[in-house]
Each structure stands twice: as structure tokens, then as C-alpha cells.
Design a protein around this ligand. Structure first.
Ligand code: URA
Length: 234
């Protein structure tokens, strides 16, 4: 791919703007040598104003989504893209959330520009376990774990039973719940189905990938080892 297109696709500017960056000598290789638009240089060797470029297409990001942000580009309120560099919104291919978390749910959210990877993670066939910590308004009754594990639980207005899910009581009002599917507001609706109400909800892992000590609002680029733990560690 031509360098102007490559850099424009990363969201640094329009092709016209990137062409101007070349003319201004702002694009160099790692040794500081000024590059021309027709040069052939590896992505890793490119610099803009002496800084390495963002990762190339095929990007996978882990964001610790805070409460109050929606997984949308269009929403009027605060959106997850506000937490990332502004140019990330302009990337081509686009960087999209892998599944969604509600505005009032926090925790592990993946974003990628790799459609095949997105499908591999979200496909019901992948059965990737997603682990949530829920704080509840009422004490657990004691029968929730068997109801959730039954494979027969129906959510309101649905006709297909939920796949078995694993609930572990942490305290009388805190539970760890592992799902292998991702229906709309699933955790909140599951607890509503057993007469409870979720006060707060955090996703702490997908597969073997954990949120760890990443602070709310922080994000990091996932590497090959992370991708392995995503699919293998669950
Ligand atoms: N279940 C919910 O209810 N909300 C989420 O954001 C994710 C799972």
C-alpha cells in the first residue's frame, strides 16, 4: 500500500493532509531520514514527527470501560471513542467494539478492526466464557445457580432458553456469573428472572483474558500472547 494511503487509513489526516506532511518533511524513517510518498518502508520503521505510528490494521484493543459511556459512535452522550485518541475514530478499516456493554456496565471491552476476529470472538459457536461480577439489590435466595445452569431458563419475551451459565455466590449480594452467549442486557435480565435486581455490573474476563489492573478508562493494545490467552485460557 502507498504510504499516503497507509497513514491516512490510520486516521492521521486526509490523503491531502498526509501528502502535505510528506512535503513538510514530517514523515521519516526510524533513523530520522525524511521519506517521500513513493518510498517503500515497513510500518514499524515509519515515524511522524519522530513518533512511531499507531499499529497497522489488524488491531485488537482492551479497554476498561467506565460506567456512563456507550459503545456507539453516534450517541449524544459520552462514548467509548472519547477514551481513545481521536484519530482512532477515523481509521479505515473501522475500529468497532466486539459485542457491547451497557452504558451502566463497566469492565473489559475489546475493540478491533479485524472482522474475522470479531466474528470469531462473538460467534455463538465460539462459546467463549465471559465473566461478570454483579452487585445485587437483594440477598441471593440460593436457587439461582441451579436455575442459571439448567439450560431451560427463559428471559422475558424470548422463546429460546438460555445456554447453561455458571453462578458463584461471592457474598449474599455479590455474584460471579460466567456466560457463553451474549444476549441483550443478559445478566440484568437473568437476575430479574429470579426476582433480583443488578445494582452494578462489571465484566472481568473474556476467555482467559482478564481486565487485570488496568484502571477504568485506560486501554492497551493486545499482543499475540494476549490473543492466545483470549482463546486458550478460558
Ligand atoms: N449483561 C448485561 O446485562 N449488560 C451488559 O452490559 C453485559 C451483559
Amino acid at each position: 500500500m502507498k504510504l499516503v494511503k497507509l497513514i491516512a487509513n490510520l486516521g492521521y489526516g486526509s490523503r491531502k493532509e498526509v501528502a502535505a506532511m510528506f512535503r513538510e518533511g514530517r514523515i521519516t524513517d526510524a533513523s530520522g531520514e525524511v521519506l517521500y510518498a513513493d518510498d517503500q518502508v515497513e510500518h514499524a520503521d515509519l515515524r511522524l514527527d519522530d513518533a512511531p505510528l499507531d499499529p497497522a490494521a489488524g488491531l485488537l484493543i482492551l479497554l476498561n470501560k467506565p460506567i456512563g459511556f456507550t459503545c456507539s459512535t453516534k450517541d449524544k452522550g459520552r462514548v467509548i471513542y472519547d477514551l481513545l485518541p481521536p484519530r482512532f475514530r477515523l481509521r479505515n478499516p473501522a475500529l468497532s467494539p466486539v459485542g457491547r456493554l451497557d452504558r451502566d456496565t463497566s469492565g473489559l471491552l475489546l475493540l478491533t478492526d479485524d472482522g474475522a476476529l470479531l466474528h470469531r470472538i462473538t460467534s455463538p459457536k465460539s462459546h467463549l466464557p465471559k465473566c461478570y461480577l454483579a452487585e445485587l439489590a437483594s440477598d441471593l435466595r440460593g436457587d439461582e445457580a441451579s436455575a442459571f445452569a439448567s439450560g431451560t431458563l427463559l428471559l422475558e419475551s424470548e422463546t429460546t432458553a438460555l445456554a447453561p451459565a455458571t453462578l458463584e455466590a461471592v457474598t449474599s449480594r455479590h455474584a460471579r456469573l460466567v456466560l457463553v452467549e451474549g444476549r441483550y442486557h443478559q445478566v440484568r435480565r437473568m437476575f430479574a428472572a429470579v426476582g433480583n435486581h443488578v445494582l452494578s455490573l462489571e465484566r472481568v474476563s473474556i476467555g482467559g483474558l482478564e481486565i487485570g489492573d488496568l484502571a477504568p478508562g485506560q486501554w492497551r493494545v493486545l499482543d499475540t500472547a494476549d490473543r492466545h490467552s483470549l482463546f486458550e485460557g478460558g
